[in-house]
Design a protein around this ligand. Structure first.
Ligand code: NAP
Length: 393
């Protein structure tokens, strides 16, 4: 048998195998589409009622999209009644929190400035407590924050909110500018912080969603470790409250998923470390460059275009937001220090090179001068010699 027919026989089984795999792939893809449709149907059959506290630039931005997925009620310090009506959103002034919480809210999204966050939460606590008392299930709404720093609101929510409220800490890594053409492919960071009174372990959240072994107020363990896998489970896992809490979180997260966001499960602590060296440094550079009064020129490079875009996008956000990124992320000061050091290093490198250049020039000049002096001395010596020998007249 020739070697070419041998090769043919070797290739044949792999062709059959690829066809089989392709058929399998197509079947899985059909199954995935069917599951997605079923999920969408389940979500649409029970749309969420979402309350938004803080109807500023970002609150309005998310409200527009939320309104396509459910019912939205907003509240804020300023009067946004007309603006909200135009978006199909009910507006209730912040001065009437009982009215706001009376709307049977599944989820409450806190979208106030970072600096006013704690005060706003504290002011709302009595009305929230009354609404839980009035609710026959005695369960509170899921509380979600969207602040651009994460450890700070996490701690405040854990410290202040009644245990009847589950907590989800999130940071959509985009805003009215970067998300103006839709949310597809944009990062959405979240940490499931507390479900049915059990606090998730932050350190584990980035790796796997397991529940922290916590102790309830009577000193009983609220979680247990699964033998073998080492997985930690909540004792509430099969309770109705736990299942409902998880379901509500998943339904809320699904809005972002359905809009095409890239979902990133990350602990609040890790978020702050990453954000100081990505988001905060971008805002810092934008503000510094903006302060130089840079303007487009007739000979702009692509690089300079990007610089102007960074200035535009960062200065469109409020200074409160920038200040919040600095003050309430403990890693931000370190970013400023490193930036200063790097600036000093780069300037030092430039000065050293300039000094080097100057030394080189001085050395060349000195050599030239020396050569000229030597040449002159030789000529003089030659002339004197000739004079002595009487060669010259
Ligand atoms: P912001 O300046 O950070 O916050 C403005 C909001 O805070 C408005 O709703 C404002 O209410 C409210 N507020 C300010 N001071 C207040 C006070 N003393 N008491 C009660 N409410 C007060 O700008 P933003 O861009 O809208 O951001 C809102 C939140 O979303 C921030 O936590 C920010 O970190 C987060 N976020 C923003 C972006 C973004 O791209 N902009 C992206 C992701 C997350 P009034 O308008 O009623 O005065």
């Amino acid at each position: 048998m020739s070697s070419s027919s041998n090769n043919y026989q070797n290739i044949q089984p792999s062709i059959g195998k690829i066809e089989q795999l392709k058929t399998k792939e197509a079947a899985l893809s059909r199954l995935l589409t069917a599951v997605r449709l079923e999920k969408l149907e389940a979500l649409r059959s029970r749309p969420l009622t979402i309350g938004i506290i803080g109807f500023g630039r970002f609150g309005q931005f998310i409200a527009k999209t939320f309104a396509e997925h459910g019912t939205v009620v907003a509240t804020s310090r300023s009067d946004y009644t007309d603006l909200a009506r135009g978006m199909g959103v009910e507006y209730i002034p912040l001065s009437n929190p009982d009215e706001f919480f009376s709307r049977d809210l599944d989820v409450v999204v806190l979208a106030t400035s970072i600096v006013s966050f704690e005060g706003t939460v504290r002011n709302l606590l009595p009305a929230l407590a009354r609404s839980i008392e009035d609710n026959e299930t005695r369960r509170g709404p899921l509380i979600v924050d969207v602040l651009s720093v994460k450890d700070y609101p996490r701690q405040i929510l854990l410290d202040l909110l009644p245990k009847e409220c589950d907590i989800l800490c999130t940071h959509p890594m985009f805003g009215p500018d970067s998300g103006k053409n839709g949310w597809h492919g944009l990062n959405f960071v979240y940490e499931r912080t507390r479900i049915d009174a059990v606090v998730l372990d932050q350190a584990m959240e980035s790796k796997k969603h397991v529940l922290h072994s916590s102790i309830d107020k009577d000193g009983d363990a609220e979680s247990f470790v699964e033998e073998g896998s080492g997985k930690i489970h909540s004792v509430h896992e099969h309770s109705e409250a736990h299942i409902e809490g998880m379901d509500r979180i998943e339904r809320f997260l699904s809005i972002w998923e359905e809009e095409g966001c890239r979902m990133v499960s990350l602990s609040c602590r890790d978020h702050d470390i990453y954000a100081a060296n990505s988001q905060f440094i971008t805002h810092l550079m934008g503000r510094i460059l903006g302060a130089q009064g840079l303007e487009p020129t007739p000979i702009d490079t692509k690089g300079f275009d990007s610089v102007l875009r960074v200035i535009d996008s960062t200065s469109a956000d409020s200074f409160d937001l920038f200040y919040g990124l600095y003050k309430y992320n403990q890693n931000s000061l370190d970013t400023i220090t490193k930036l200063r050091d790097s600036m000093d290093d780069v300037v030092k490198q430039l000065s050293m090179m300039e000094l080097d250049d100057k030394n080189k020039v001085d050395w060349v000049e000195a050599t030239k001068e020396l050569n000229a002096t030597i040449t002159q001395a030789i000529i003089k010596e030659e002339e004197e010699k000739k004079e002595c020998e009487g060669v010259l007249p």
